[in-house]
Design a protein around this ligand. Sequence first.
Ligand code: NAD
Length: 252
Amino acid sequence: LEKLLSGKKILIMGVANKRSIAWGCAQAMLDNGAELIFTYQNARLKKSILRLVPDEERLVECDVSSDDSIKSAFAAIKEKFGKIDGIVHAIAYANKDELAGDIMNSSREGYALAQDISAFSLIAVAKYGIEILNDPASIVTLTYFGSERAIPNYNVMGVAKAALEANVRYLARDMAKYGVRVNAISAGAIKTLAVTGVKDHGDLLRISEERTVDGKSVTTNEVGGAAAFLVSDLSTGVVGDIIYVDKGVHLI
Ligand code: NAD
């Protein structure tokens, strides 16, 4: 039976555990017939992802803070699997110190680190991705409403997400000649490992849930559904856009 993503090979970057948004994307894409490959950040996270993906062949180490790591990961993927049809970039990082209190207390280093891992990494992934992506292909990244509004304690990560969203637009323009579309999903707040870095994240999660149209937070599976759409041929007209998948939180 032909499914939406039959014959498509998608690289999923950013699974830490079963709560990860990247894992929700993986589930939706598997359900729709995709073949998946995963990158993990380091040896510690490999152990965690191995519980979800026992097929070690499909797991490749990639630390996006290093060009060499991205280059060698993508070379290994190309050698094992050939060219691929899409990449999900579900990666962000900021020090805990930067995710609390006044943004004036951010350090120069902490600000730069958040930008490097959370925004520049999409450019690096796209750059080295040219070598392994088919024409056509699709890149999807994950952003958050803190790029547009001053969300308590989100601080430098909000600034990094604003940069990430701008990167999506510039990359969408410049990757078009390689047949690669680039888009982002602005996901509602979900309790994942990354969110626990934000001070008072319990309040953030509770207020976000209250502001959904039906009082129930968006799930990683729902975000995954939109990601599956964005890597599919149903979305060939969607280019350089930011799609909200937040159960309406941004409306109110
Ligand atoms: P998560 O902690 O499950 O995933 C974050 C991932 O980033 C982890 O797998 C981690 O290993 C990876 N990562 C961090 N630094 C890395 C590096 N140097 N190299 C490679 N990988 C690295 O949390 P999540 O919430 O699923 O986050 C995924 C994405 O979704 C992030 O971009 C996050 O900002 C975004 N997002 C999250 C929410 C939310 O409420 N959880 C909302 C909107 C957007």
